[in-house]
Design a protein. Structure first.
Length: 381
């Protein structure tokens, strides 16, 4: 992804992705590329074999849903009972990022002090890298990760910092033994993450309360798939801390497009307990159904509207014959910072950027090879 991240060279990056083998890897990396360029709407045109949320999630269990509650309210009522809350995400979709971004004020109000991202390595590892690069002082930024180069993930990191949550990473920096099989490699990483998370929470002090943003099955508190114990299960066993574990990857909630993308719903059974389906049944505490436009038509800006105000892209930044990547960066950010928003616009499309109000932004339009065809500075009131 480096040509895209550093130069806006979206087509050069895509050409490299499409050469990856096996095809399943290429498909998943291409799906991730679509999130970086603001076009998750085009993900539905790809093969349905990609793992992802289900629009008909409950199926036969639909009759068990006695009521539906707003996810943020349900979670807020339970935060006081937990020192740690864990959320997961599908790395090539952005719904979970929008949801947790909207939840940050509730986490802060509930007394949470820290947020840990799987996307970042441990603070001591990052600080050493920063020292070698001559960066002093150092603090986490979206540029320090991989998935964090996607604007919604970048906003989640930046807003966590602005909200007053202390950011840390807990990804391992070691590799499993060369002779480890798949199960052993997974176990190596899960135990390493659990160890790192436990040490970070211990270092934060007994009054610290921590939110975790991880991928997929890392938040499972019970074994999955042939008895594999994932990070959350190992963390609970070695610390005695039982996290509130919330799955954000399994279920969609078809909604009218005016519903905010950072909201979600949780179905409850007759006893008031959350209904959890699929592989995480019995392994997480709740499953949030995140909104997607009804009918299957995902607007390019549906989830990105969580970033800010819809801002029309000036015509002089578009090209009648070629797709262009339009990037927006707040004027007070470094020129190599992760964009506040960006979107790939094909000829004939009229799309928007979504930008927080009260700032000026540098807009840059790139062709597929990264060359710049236009620049413009705008203010968003």
């Amino acid at each position: 992804m480096q040509p895209l991240w550093k130069e806006g060279a979206f087509q050069i990056t895509l050409d490299s992705i499409e050469k990856l083998d096996p095809p399943e890897l290429s498909a998943q990396v291409k799906a991730t590329w679509l999130t970086y360029v603001g076009r998750q709407d085009r993900l539905d045109r790809m093969e349905k074999s990609l793992p992802g949320p289900d629009r008909e999630c409950l199926g036969e269990r639909d009759e068990e849903a006695e009521q539906w509650v707003d996810a943020d309210q349900w979670i807020s009522r339970r935060l006081s009972d937990h020192r740690v809350v864990m959320f997961n995400e599908n790395h090539f979709r952005v719904e979970a990022r929008a949801f947790v971004l909207g939840l940050l004020p509730r986490l802060k109000d509930a007394g949470f002090t820290h947020i840990g991202f799987e996307a970042f390595q441990m603070p001591d590892v990052m600080a050493e890298h920063a020292e070698q690069a001559g960066l002093d002082p150092w603090r986490y930024s979206p540029s320090d990760g991989g998935y964090t180069h996607e604007p919604l993930f970048a906003a989640l990191v930046r807003q966590s910092d602005a909200t007053g949550l202390e950011i840390f990473g807990y990804e391992i920096s070691e590799s499993p033994p060369d002779d480890a099989d798949m199960a052993e490699s997974i176990a190596f990483r899960e135990q390493g993450q659990a160890d790192n998370l436990a040490s970070q929470i211990d270092a934060a002090g007994e009054d610290a309360r921590v939110a975790i943003f991880a991928g997929w099955s890392h938040i499972a508190k019970e074994p999955l798939r042939g008895g594999q114990r994932w990070m959350a299960a190992r963390f609970r066993e070695q610390t005695g801390i039982d996290p509130l574990s919330v799955d954000l990857t399994t279920c969609m909630l078809p909604v009218e497009t005016e519903r905010p993308p950072e909201t979600g719903r949780i179905p409850l059974d007759a006893d008031g307990a959350p209904i959890v389906v699929g592989q995480y049944r019995g392994a997480v505490d709740a499953q949030v159904h995140l909104p997607a436009p009804a009918g299957g038509e995902v607007m390019p800006g549906f989830h990105r509207q969580a970033l800010g105000v819809a801002t029309a892209i000036p015509a002089e930044l578009l090209d009648e014959e070629n797709p262009v990547l339009v990037r927006a960066l707040r004027e007070d950010r470094a020129s190599d910072a992760v964009p506040d928003d960006q979107v790939l616009v094909y000829p004939g499309e009229l799309l928007s950027l979504y930008l927080p109000a009260g700032h000026s932004y540098r807009l840059v339009a790139h062709l597929g090879d990264g060359s710049v065809i236009a620049r413009k500075t705008i203010s968003v009131e």
